[in-house]
Design a protein. Structure first.
Length: 277
């Protein structure tokens, strides 16, 4: 993936987004937390290692998005605290990575300063719920990952619900002259969906892609819905992650967001070989 003047140049999809969490409470258990140089270096080395393993994008997050109804103790943090966690790492990475950096945040002010610190992509799981996020998007026009997150119950047709909810946000952005080619959609696996709905979404990704005709990212890595099928606990949801990512690729996903880049690269290479035949 290449970004030129805030424009995505798709050259050889699919792509791998490697997750670097600078949090003490990441649901995946891989968070890196601390305010000293040692912890900063851990995040830095993790990102560089992911690039070496085959990541096409590094996604840096400073606040856990784990669902509060599933994970006890999950708490929101202030924008200042979030920036203290992510901005030093972004500054350290921006001149040392050859691949784009994404900022995983729901806060517009964090997104704004992250863009100024080297991020090229905003990954927002809140479905654009922050007014400052809207202002930041309109001003800077970055690559924007619009994730679906409905807090109310869905109808019997969750694919249509996702389409209608995301389309409303997309049409608003377009009305503000935000470029359509800078939007990537994410159906929001695990955000306001039960296990059955999550599997149904993976099965029907092509329906979403065809209705929008824009790139789609999927994030199933280590999420709790996998446990209902594989029986894997949080410490070992790898098999479910690999299988769900492979099916997501078969069903048209442009980007897979993962914690394990090395093994995901093998899955992507396997998928590409099948596509060649």
């Amino acid at each position: 993936m290449i970004i030129q003047k805030n424009k995505l140049m798709w050259n050889s999809k699919p792509y791998i987004m490697g997750v670097v969490n600078v949090t003490p409470d990441s649901f995946s258990g891989d968070g890196i937390m601390g305010n000293n140089e040692g912890f900063l270096n851990l995040g830095f080395e993790k990102a560089l290692g992911m690039e070496k393993d085959g990541a096409d994008i590094i996604d840096v997050g400073g606040e856990s998005t784990r669902p509060k109804h599933i994970y006890q103790g999950a708490q929101s943090i202030s924008a200042n605290e979030e920036m203290e966690r992510v901005l030093p790492l972004l500054e350290k990475l921006k001149n040392n990575l050859a691949i784009p950096i994404s900022i995983d945040t729901q806060k517009g002010v964090v997104a704004k300063y992250a863009l100024q610190s080297g991020a090229k992509i905003i990954n927002d799981v809140s479905m654009m719920s922050d007014d400052v996020m809207v202002e930041t998007l309109i001003k800077y026009k970055p690559i924007y990952i619009l994730s679906h997150h409905r807090k109310t119950k869905h109808s019997t047709d969750i694919i249509n619900d996702i389409y209608l909810d995301l389309d409303e946000k997309i049409q608003f952005l377009l009305s503000k002259n935000f470029p359509m080619e800078n939007i990537i959609i994410d159906p929001g696996i695990g955000f306001g969906k039960n296990s059955e709905q999550s599997f149904y979404i993976i099965k029907n990704l092509k329906k979403l892609i065809s209705r929008f005709n824009i790139p789609l990212m999927i994030g199933t890595s280590k999420k709790s819905f996998l446990e209902n099928i594989t029986g894997e606990t949080l410490d070992n949801r790898d098999i479910g992650t690999y299988i769900s990512n492979f099916f997501s690729l078969l069903n048209g996903s442009y980007i897979v967001r993962v914690h394990d880049v090395m093994n995901t690269k093998k899955i992507v290479d396997f998928y590409k070989q099948i596509e060649k035949i």
